[in-house]
Design a protein around this ligand. Sequence first.
Ligand SMILES: [Zn+2]
Length: 213
Amino acid sequence: MDESVREAGGGPGLALDETGAWLDGVRRVPSPNFDARPADAVIDLVVVHGISLPPGHFGTPHVEALFCNRLDPGADPCFASIASLRVSAHAVITRDGAITQYVPFTMRAWHAGVSRFQDRERCNDFSIGIELEGCDDVPYTTPQYRSLSRLCALLIRRWPAIDVNRIVGHCDIAPGRKTDPGPAFDWIRLRAEVSRRLGDSRPGGRRGGPTDP
Ligand SMILES: [Zn+2]
């Protein structure tokens, strides 16, 4: 394994496997809802989402079912309108911090929908989408911040165009249409944790400095 894509600071950390597109040793549930990125796409954005099905219910199998096109539309009144959606994300982080990967990072997951980042539309083309199990007004968990920051640090090392300030919310790229991950998500905490893992305490600062103790 290329040490450059292992987490700094020792320990098991997260790493990409030999394909460079899947996390090593992380549960995989391949979703059919993806396709190829445009040939000239450079991955330079992470989009953080929040999802729970039904909303506010954690620990259910329904998000996984949605991403695999097997959500039972009769299982809950709110499912009828979403069961036919063809959506996915690259990874989901549940409340306990466990990561499941659904789509290879090199491919285009269908998470952003109609979206714009700065002057570019169709954010799926150039982003990696990560879902946190949660909802807008419930604080996300410490294990979720730990896993998300580990994952973001790994992705930034592998795709340096992402940068710590190019981790945004679905709400930022689809304002007026999407609100997740919501006001409960602590962006300052996430960026600080990612920067710390990258060995730089200044958000958006240089990379490659000394790691923290
Ligand atoms: Zn979202």
